[in-house]
Design a protein around this ligand. Sequence first.
Ligand SMILES: [Zn+2]
Length: 162
Amino acid sequence: MPESVMTTEIGTAALETADEEVRKEDIREMLMRMEADFKKKLKIAEEALNRTIRREEKLSIDNGVIDYSNTARCLSKNVSTLRKCLRQINQALEDLANGIYGICKDEGCGDLISSERLLVEPFAQYCIGCKRKIEEKESRERRRNQYGGYHTSLAYCPNRIS
Ligand SMILES: [Zn+2]
């Protein structure tokens, strides 16, 4: 078979598809490793948060006011972050299965997320432009909340495990 047959359009397309499949499988494996790792971390973080909350609640029974420490707040934040990451990893795995992995989730954008960005953050859901916009909005909201009411109680904390 002459070599030129290998470089027909059909041949190239088939090669690219095979390449794409390998890449997808790599990403899937990486995401699944991350998922397992994050699940372990989340379990440890939840246990630490639980222990801290129980201890602080026991201590505060005497004075009737539950005033959670900064440690409890940090642990709670940590649990939130890990849960968010896990949700994003699951979403990325779902997107991979549905053939929409790597497409920006922002409504009205739909750009491809750069492969450099996906290499660093394989569960990224937004292109860099949209991600920056979202982060700016979040930081504005955080600043507003800081000067509004600061929540000192974790009694209704969504991460609290009773
Ligand atoms: Zn975008």
